[in-house]
Structures are given as C-alpha cells and as structure tokens.
Design a protein around this ligand. Structure first.
Ligand SMILES: Cc1ncc(COP(=O)(O)O)c(C=O)c1O
Length: 313
C-alpha cells in the first residue's frame, strides 16, 4: 500500500501529547519523564455525558490548584486547556467520555536532580466513559471493605492535590478483592475512613444524617455535587471525621466519583447495610445527579464540528 496515507483512527480515544494529537493507542511519554519514574505529576478527570462537559470549570479550577500545590506549571491558562480537552473529545467523536488532563514534572537536564530545572509537560486524553462500578453493582450495590491499609498521610502527600500516589489504594483494593469485596475504603490510622481508589465515601448514619469525611481526602467534584444536592433536597449534612464503626452501623452508604456519580454500597465488610437493599436517599441522589446534567449552569455542550463546519469523527 506504498504511499497511501491512512487517516488516524481516533474511535478508541484521542490524546494530546507534547503539542500533537494522536490516537490513544499511540499516546506515550518518555521513560525518563519524572511523571513515570517518580509519580511526580498531578491530574484531573472531567466527564462528558450526552455530548456535554459536566462541571468543567470546577475541574479546571481544581486542576490548576493541584498544579500550584505541587509546584507544577501547566504552561497554559484554563481556557486553552479547555480547548485541548474539547479537541480530544471532538476527534474521538465520543458522546460519553472520560477526559483526563495531566501535568508531569518532565525531566531536568541530564545530570541534574533539581526539580526546579525540569521542563514540566502537559498531556490530555479522551476515552470512553469509565464506570467504577458495573451495571449489576450499580443496581444492587457494592460490597465495600474497610481496609487496614492507612491512606498516605496528608502531611506527606496533600490529598487535595489529585495525585498518582496509589500504592496504598491499590494494595488495599487487592486485599479487599481477596476478601471477596468489590472495592475498598482506606483509613487514617485513627479509626476513621477516608477515601478509596477513585472515589469519596458517604453514609446516611443511624440518625439519618448524611456524613462524609472532612480531612485526608481529595475534595471530589462529585462530592461537592453531593453536598449541594443534599442541601437542595433538605437532607441533614455533616462534613467531619467518619469513624469506621459509624459507617458499619449506617442506614445507607454510597460512593461519589466522576466514574459513575453516586454509587450505592449495600454491604460493608460482609454485613448488609440497613436491610441490604439500595436505600431511598441513595436513589434520590442518583436520580438528582443525572438530572443535574441537564442544568446549563453545570453542563457545557461539546462542539463536535470542525472550524470548516464538518464533523471530524
Ligand atoms: C483518591 C480519589 N478520591 C476521590 C475521587 C473523586 O473525585 P471526583 O468526584 O472529582 O471524581 C477521586 C477521583 O476520581 C480520587 O482519585
């Protein structure tokens, strides 16, 4: 087929790598990027649902705040980042997408170990929407295991800056899967639950109050949406330490994440939560979460047309 040029296939996703758009399968970073060698990076994930970004501004704001906390430079303002993310989605043609932006430390000149001399790098990609729980788990609820693994302390790695320090989360998850659970929540070493691999955790406690941990967690954008929904629905709410014992005795338990929104938990450590069925508060929050995707104050439509008026995908 000499000389024939084939159009790149973006249908599995599109990435922006050091100034170029490439199909997701071709997206790669240099082995020497400290993002890989040292997990020295920050990132954020925003979703596209039915052709519109959900809470894009909130994700961009958190992303730039994460960069500042880790002394990383995204090299471009929020509006330009938004443009790159939109182009990744446009190229892929995906109507439901998981859209990630990343800044890595890059690498300093050869021989230097001074992070200040590293040229930070910006990457982004759009792939099909990612669900943290499968369809059956979303219908019936997840089995959550409270891990003995302690989440890396906030004094060591600031959990409010979204990061790739996931060894604690991954080891905890492996232990939970070995124990027959679906997923895991880590603790703070003082008997409180904090967060799990890719989600915040909530309960509706025995008094009917919605509770989520205040400290030691990423301030999830979905967590923020849940807090706003609880206020809008008039649900009693407390953001404070959440003892594992209170979680185990709760009426309802759920997770919040960009990877699926509000996800029900119906078993904790092998024991049913309440009567073991998905409860009324969780049902109401799931419904409201998806309803709010139609609110133009929170959703921003993706422009799938190219500048010449044609569709790229
Ligand atoms: C450790 C951790 N906690 C919580 C969350 C939830 O954050 P968000 O609701 O912004 O997706 C995530 C992200 O997916 C995460 O990685």
């Amino acid at each position: 087929m000499g000389g024939m040029s084939t159009e790149p296939d973006y249908s599995q996703g599109a990435a922006y790598v050091r100034g170029r758009y490439v199909p997701i399968g071709e997206a790669a970073i240099p082995l020497t990027d400290w993002g890989f060698l040292r997990s020295d990076a920050t990132y954020d994930v925003v979703t596209v649902w039915e052709g519109a970004f959900f809470r894009l501004d909130a994700h961009l704001e958190r992303f730039l705040a994460s960069c500042a906390r880790f002394r990383l430079d995204a090299g471009r303002p929020a509006a330009q980042i938004a443009g790159i993310l939109e182009q990744c989605v446009r190229l892929s043609g995906l109507r439901n997408a998981y859209v990630e932006m990343i800044v890595t430390r890059g690498q300093p000149p050869w021989g230097s170990r001074d992070p200040r001399q590293a040229a930070n790098q910006f990457y982004a990609f759009a792939v099909p929407y990612v669900w943290i729980a499968n369809e059956a788990q979303r219908a019936q609820g997840l089995h959550l295991v409270v891990s003995d693994v302690q989440r890396i302390p906030a004094q060591s790695v600031d959990p409010r800056a979204k990061n790739y320090h996931w060894n604690d989360l991954t080891m905890g998850l492996l232990g939970a899967l070995d124990a027959g659970g679906d997923t895991v929540v880590l603790t703070d070493g003082a008997g409180h639950v904090v967060e799990g691999p890719g989600f915040n955790v909530f309960c509706v406690n025995a008094q009917g109050t919605v509770v989520t941990p205040a400290h030691g967690v990423l301030e999830g954008i979905t967590r923020r949406t849940v807090l706003e929904m609880a206020q809008a629905l008039g649900l009693p709410l407390q953001v404070r330490d959440l003892p594992a014992a209170e979680l185990r005795a709760a009426r309802e338990v759920f997770l919040s994440t960009s990877g699926g929104g509000v996800l029900p938990v119906t078993r904790v450590d092998g024991q049913p939560v309440g009567d073991g069925a998905v409860g009324p508060v969780v049902r109401q929050l799931v419904q409201t979460y998806w309803d709010w995707h139609r609110d133009p104050r929170l959703s921003r439509p993706v422009n799938y047309e190219t500048s010449d008026g044609g569709s790229v995908a």
